[in-house]
Design a protein around this ligand. Structure first.
Ligand code: RP5
Length: 169
């Protein structure tokens, strides 16, 4: 049987979409963007709310499908349904980042993580750690397809390890 060659597209165009429910989420979510900048991975970042701007969400998802995004990161706080609704509208993998809120983000975490079986959202930690890890998780996904990203991720991990002190004082 003839082997099919997998077409790996060039990564000059964004392959990651980052959406957040409010401008007030930016302080946390800029940490996600900083990681992608470090890896020189292009992304598209927007304020989109599942309940405040549902039409904007539909439009974004249809563009993401057309542009063949490989991952979408969705951050929201409170009764956080943005990641779940996004996952319902596309088969592009969705990573959810719960934003800090009036209950320290516990409401956001539970709203994002507790997806009933069938439409998954891979949920990261609340706040800054989740924001950074969402990007690193996306980088890990992309690294399976793009060898340059894989090399950079390995370098990043080894530098990360070398910065951890041996003693706490
Ligand atoms: C959510 O409501 C947003 O994701 C944000 O975390 C939270 C509060 O939004 P603002 O009232 O600050 O706009 O939809």
């Amino acid at each position: 049987m003839k082997q099919q060659r997998m077409k790996v597209k060039s990564i000059k165009e964004p392959i990651v979409g980052i959406i957040m429910g409010s401008k007030s989420d930016w302080e946390v979510m800029k940490n996600t963007c900083d990681i992608f900048k470090l890896f020189k991975i292009k992304f598209d970042v927007r304020v989109i709310s599942a309940h405040r701007t549902p039409k904007r969400l539909e439009k974004f998802i249809s563009e993401a499908e057309k542009k063949d995004y490989e991952v979408i990161i969705a951050a929201a706080g409170g009764a956080a349904h943005l990641a779940g609704v996004t996952a319902a509208l596309t088969t592009i993998p969705v990573l959810g980042v719960p934003m800090p809120s009036v209950t320290d983000g516990i409401d956001s975490l539970l709203s994002t993580v507790q997806m009933p079986a069938g439409v998954p959202v891979a949920t990261l930690a609340i706040g800054k750690a989740g924001a950074k890890n969402s990007a690193l998780f996306a980088v890990a996904i992309l690294s399976r397809k793009y060898p340059k990203i894989r090399q950079k991720l390995k370098k990043y991990r080894s530098e990360f390890e070398s910065k951890i002190p041996i003693r706490p004082y």
